[in-house]
Ligand binder design. Structure first.
Ligand code: SAM
Length: 430
């Protein structure tokens, strides 16, 4: 690790230097020389080019962020200019989605051993990234599998209606696998899914990746039905894994909870975050919603973007799920209970800000008093023995303060930062 890269705090997500540099290289390849670059391009590093571009694209970053946080219904229109849109997404949001995916995969691996099991099986894995955008989910999954078994045969099938997004994803995928192992499908999902349904499910081990897409297609019953039928058809063949990531805010995370229920009804088994495959007990409680939180050691240029957006992604959230087909479940362990909320302790004074853990297990929802160990975030496993046994408080800075319930801090605006004139205050977080 180079001297200028700080070591992550315990429990923090830390993207590898390699994927950070690969991201910067893709940014640099996709852009003309930024106006604010202070040296000849030939002498500038990819990171310097990306830094200058972030500076130059400040208005676009703000505009795209506000589209994501305020007018999600219009989100499919993004910035109207497809080339600019893919570049701004890559600059501002790709790494955060990689961090979220990595957070999910690390927890998944720790509790179920799914990734090491797949890497030991040494059977080729096909990563099918639907609405791939810049490829954050499938790239991170590939990187993690390769880390465990560099010889594992991986291939990508990247599907998106936008050529510019596909290009950005493909550049990074081709840095990980041979060129002929990256298949690009510039297609509307309706066309892709209809064709796949008539062809029948593919042979072999398939890992579907669906990131920040469901909320964009939710308004289209035709697309969502095709998607559900397509995913269900995969179960006939077995050897299926499915990652779904959605925004953490109440409406969209509840949409993801309903999707989880639908997939369970159709035969999928949830491996993350749930500790069981029963009906989701939080769906009955209209005020609650399930999402995951992670502490993220943001790379330097993500901090630059955060300054522009007046947000602080040292803590990130998302509604995230990983499923497998039933033929695979026998291999994996599941934890007993998961932290799904941290309501303030009603018996304590308001000033104490004492909180409890809201836990989800196959017995339903229950509450527990936190022990003295590391503060747990939503989506983490609750271990009653550890909670009682740990006596030394060792709370990383990023996790030090409990948050009041119903106010997720993920991607939160910094307290005390005034909203600039003329910009709408984001109502929802991503
Ligand atoms: C918010 S981005 C998410 C990108 C990526 N999956 C991630 O998590 O970072 C949604 C992507 O889905 C694509 N998309 C949305 N609706 C689509 C459709 N009906 N057909 C094909 N692609 C679609 C968009 O072009 C965009 O690249």
């Amino acid at each position: 690790m180079p001297a200028n890269v700080r070591k992550p705090l315990p429990g923090q997500i830390h993207l590898s230097r390699r994927s950070y540099l690969q991201w910067a290289n893709t940014v640099a390849q996709l852009t003309r020389t930024p106006k604010s670059l202070k040296k000849p391009r030939s002498e500038a590093s990819d990171l310097e080019i990306a830094a200058a571009l972030i500076h130059d694209m400040r208005p676009d970053l703000i505009q795209l962020w506000e589209t994501f946080t305020t007018e999600r219904a219009d989100v499919s229109r993004y910035l109207m200019d497809p080339k600019r849109e893919a570049l701004v997404y890559l600059l501002g949001f790709h790494l955060a989605n990689q961090a979220r995916t990595l957070g999910v995969l690390l927890r998944l691996q720790r509790r179920s051993g799914l990734l090491s099991s797949l890497s030991e099986r040494a059977e080729p894995v096909r990563l099918v990234d639907l609405g791939c955008g810049t490829g954050a989910l499938s790239l991170t999954t590939a990187q993690e599998l390769k880390e465990l078994n560099p010889n594992l045969a991986l291939s990508f099938e990247l599907i998106d209606k936008s050529q510019n997004f596909l290009e950005a994803a493909a550049m990074q995928a081709k840095a990980l696998v041979a060129e002929d192992a990256v298949l690009l499908r510039r297609q509307k999902l309706d066309d892709y899914l209809s064709r796949e349904l008539s062809n029948g499910p593919a042979e072999g081990l398939v890992w579907y990746q669906i990131g920040y897409l469901w909320n964009e297609i939710m308004q289209s019953p035709k697309t969502t039905q095709l998607m559900l039928r397509y995913l269900e058809a995969g179960l006939q063949k077995g050897k299926r894994v499915l990652t779904i990531i959605e925004p953490a805010n109440q409406d969209l995370a509840r949409g993801a909870m309903e999707l989880r229920q639908e997939l369970v009804n159709r035969g999928y088994q949830v491996l993350y975050p749930c500790s069981h495959n029963l009906d989701c007990p939080m769906l009955e409680r209209t005020r609650d919603w399930c999402y995951s939180e992670f502490a993220w050691e943001r790379p330097p240029l993500v901090r630059n973007v955060d300054k522009i957006l007046e947000i602080d992604r040292h803590r990130i959230g998302c509604a995230a799920y990983v499923f497998v087909s039933p033929d695979m479940i026998k291999d994996f362990r599941q934890p007993a209970s998961i932290v799904v909320g941290r309501p303030l302790d009603r018996n304590a004074s308001m000033h104490s800000r004492k909180f409890e853990y809201l836990l989800c297990s196959e017995d339903g929802l229950s509450k527990a008093t936190p022990g003295e160990g590391l503060e747990l975030m939503r989506g983490q496993t609750f271990d009653p023995v550890k909670e009682r046994a740990s006596t030394k408080p060792k709370v990383p800075k990023a996790e030090a303060k409990p948050t009041p319930e119903a106010k997720p801090k993920a991607d939160a605006r910094k307290p005390g930062v005034r909203k600039p004139q003329g910009r709408k205050a984001p109502r929802k977080e991503r």
